[in-house]
Structures are given as C-alpha cells and as structure tokens.
Design a protein around this ligand. Structure first.
Ligand code: DSN
Length: 418
C-alpha cells in the first residue's frame, strides 16, 4: 500500500514522464485545454478520492461524509461568489453530463431544443444527431451568417418563432466572437423558452471580466472547469434558485451516483485561484494574445473565420491559402513541428468532420506558461513556416527545435521529476 508509483508501475511512470516532456516542449494551442496549477493537481491526487458520498451536503446516503460535506459546500460557495449565481451543482463529471442533466431537469423527451449546429461551432450535446441530445429531443439548429460568419440575432429570432423551442442553448466550441446574452434572453422570452448558456469555453473569460456575463440573462448555465477556468477536469451547473431542486435531482439520483469529491475539492481550489486579481490579468492576457496571434496570422496571409477573434480562439480557413490542404493534414504537419492544434470544420465546410478545412487555435495554455504578444508573433510565424514547408521534413525538424527553444524559456511544472 505504501510503495511509490515508480516501484509499482514503472510503465505508467514512463508514459506520464513522456507526456510531461511533450507538454513542456510543444506549443499547445488546443483552446479547450489548459495546464492546471500544482495546487489543483495536488488536490486531485488526494485521499478524498477514496470516499463515496452519494447525495448532497447534509443529506448523504453514506456515513463518514463530514469532510465531504465541508469540501462540497466550500466548492459551491466559492463558485456562487465567483460567478454571482444563486445556485450551483458541482457534481457533474463532465460537460456532457452537465448538459444532459439540464435537459433531463427541464424537458421531456421529444421537446424541441434550439442549439448551434456542431458543424458551425456548436457542441455534440447541443443537438448533434450522433449524440443523445439529437436522439432524445427534437432539434432545431442554428449557425452563423454566411457572409459575416457571426451569429445573426434576427435569424435566431426567426428560427425560434418558427420552431418554438422549449429550450435554447447559447454556447459553442468554435466561435471566436462574443455572445450577446441579453439579446438571447429577448429571443427566449419571445417564445417562452428556457435559456441555457453553455460557457464551457469562456467560463474563465467571464470570471475574469473579459467576456459579457450570462448570469443576469440565462436560466441555467453549464460549464466545464478545466478550460479557460484552469481547474481540474469536470463540470458544474449554475442556475436561478427556482430551478435548484430540479437540477440537483437530475444530477443525483437522475443521472449520476457518487460524486468525485477529489475533483470537487480541486474545483474549490481552482475557484479560489480564479478569485485572485491575478486571474483577471491572466484572462485579459489570453484575449490580448489571441488578438495578437490572429493579427499576425492574417498578415501572413491566412483568412480567419469572421476576420479575427474577441475571445481565446480563432479558426483558420485553409481553403483560401492552400486549396488542397485539409485541416487534418495541416494539424498533422504542425504536430511534426511540435505545434498542437485541432483540425476543425469551418462554417459551410465542404469537407467532412474527420477531414475539415479549418484549424482551431487557442491561447489559454501558452498564456498560462507566461507567453505574451511578442511570442505570439513567433508562434504565428512558426505555424506559417511549417505549413509553407509542409513537405520538407528537415525544415519541420528545424522548426521543432526552435519551438523547443521557445518553450524552454517558459517552463511548466518544474517541480515534477520522474
Ligand atoms: N471537446 C471540447 C472542445 O474541445 O471544445 C468541448 O467539450
């Protein structure tokens, strides 16, 4: 029981050590990922993982939950203070479970949901036909305007009028612009729909005050806690007090059993970190970096969907610069050079989701490691040089070395040694 991991399982240690090296030496530009803090990681590896605590603070189905109650209550109170919401459920294991719980709480199977189409920037759980949401509910999908590549609220109002949804989801995984939550509230009110804001990508930006706030407008808000919010993997649901019981019952016992108290404790730690003034500066820098990266990529001849970004991510439309290069191929070439991005569909993409014509690029991780606007010029130029020389393995190897040198100036997890 008291042997070190290295004694029990050197194979796993080697895999973890290899990924630490990869995370240190790569430019990690996937906008939904982040480096959690040491304190968050330490909490996740704590003995709290050993305890079952089905139920909620003060009403558990297991004995011995005194400290579980303390930790869950702390996470709830900190989340309420951070976002200024009336009620929080910190138990959903992941973002999909959080959205599932909201639908389970507020809808009947067959009810209509208006959500953003996956191919235009939405999420699987916003109604994709390969997902439970598209199977159990009647889905009406919205996208972006073909010309501006931005959400057109007049179009959304027309769709809502036409489909009369019971619930409208505002939120995305690949939309580089702000959401005007007040306008979404008006549309929801006009048709008597619930408004769900899925802020998984932008929760950190909202907590940091650099994105409009959905709290005054949404009935329910879901988020993961590991993206811009920089906590452990997991999710939570925030809502007005009037929906609290329904939401709580939908999570447990509706969909989940025992909560993962070690990650809930780590969420509490992340919420404490996010309430520090430094977190606001960090979130502002994520956006400044995204704007700087977008500007340099544009100077270098790339077309960005909607012309740029207001948040932490951007979408490159590869078709205008390299007609024959798919997002998948481009992402693989970039990986050869130590640059990790997502292939991603662009609005009205002619290629399939596994191939795509776009790249999704985000700045949370490189901002976490301390990079700023000057480094964004280098990052944009590395991306450009790699794609220009994509058939030349030797040049990609040279860029990989330069990427490694840049990353060496911004170390991560120096305290870890395997
Ligand atoms: N899979 C996440 C993303 O990468 O955006 C969304 O949950």
């Amino acid at each position: 029981m008291d042997k070190l991991l290295g004694e029990v399982d050197p194979q796993i240690v080697e895999i973890v050590a290899n990924d630490l090296t990869r995370q240190q030496n790569s430019l990690m530009l996937i906008p939904s990922e982040n480096y959690a803090s040491r304190a968050v990681m330490e909490t996740q590896a704590s003995i709290l993982a050993n305890k079952y605590a089905e139920g909620y603070p003060g009403e558990r189905y297991y004995n011995g939950c005194e400290f579980m109650d303390e930790v869950e209550s702390l996470a709830i109170e900190r989340a309420k203070a951070l976002f200024g919401v009336e009620h929080v459920n910190v138990q959903p294991h992941a973002g999909s479970q959080a959205n599932m719980a909201v639908y389970h709480a507020l809808l009947e199977p067959g009810d209509t949901i208006l959500g953003m189409s996956l191919s235009q920037g939405g999420h699987l759980t916003h109604g994709a036909n390969v997902n439970f949401s598209g199977n159990f509910y009647n889905i009406a999908a919205y996208g972006v305007d073909a010309e501006t590549e931005r959400i057109d609220m007049e179009e959304i109002a027309c769709l809502a009028e036409q489909h009369r949804p019971r619930l409208i989801v505002v939120g995305a995984t690949a939309y580089p612009r702000h959401f005007d939550f007040a306008a979404w509230r008006q549309v929801a009110d006009a048709v008597g729909a619930y408004l769900l804001a899925d802020i998984a990508h932008i929760a950190g930006l909202i907590a940091g005050g650099v994105h409009p706030d959905p709290v005054p407008y949404a009935d329910v808000i879901t988020t993961t806690t590991h993206k811009t919010l920089r906590g452990p993997r997991g999710a939570m649901i925030m809502c007005k007090a009037e929906y609290a019981d329904k939401i709580d019952r939908a999570v447990f016992p509706g969909l989940q059993g025992g909560p993962f108290l070690h990650t809930i404790a780590a969420r509490a730690v992340a919420f404490k970190e996010a309430s520090d003034p430094d977190f606001k500066r960090y979130q502002a820098q994520i956006v400044k970096n995204a704007k700087a990266l977008a500007a340099r990529l544009t100077e270098n001849g790339f077309r960005l969907v909607s012309g740029g970004t207001d948040n932490h991510l951007m979408l490159i439309d590869l078709t205008t610069k390299y007609e024959k290069l798919s997002g998948r191929q481009a992402a693989d070439h970039l990986e050869d050079a130590g640059i990790i991005v997502n292939k991603n569909t662009i609005p009205f993409d002619k290629r399939k989701p596994r191939t795509t014509s776009g790249l999704r690029i985000g700045t949370p991780m490189i901002t976490t490691r301390g990079m700023a606007e000057d480094e964004m010029i280098l990052v944009a130029d590395f991306i450009t040089e790699t794609l220009e020389n994509r058939q030349k393995a030797a040049i990609k190897r040279q860029i990989r070395e330069k990427v490694k040198e840049l990353c060496a100036q911004f170390p991560i997890y120096d305290f870890l040694s395997y």
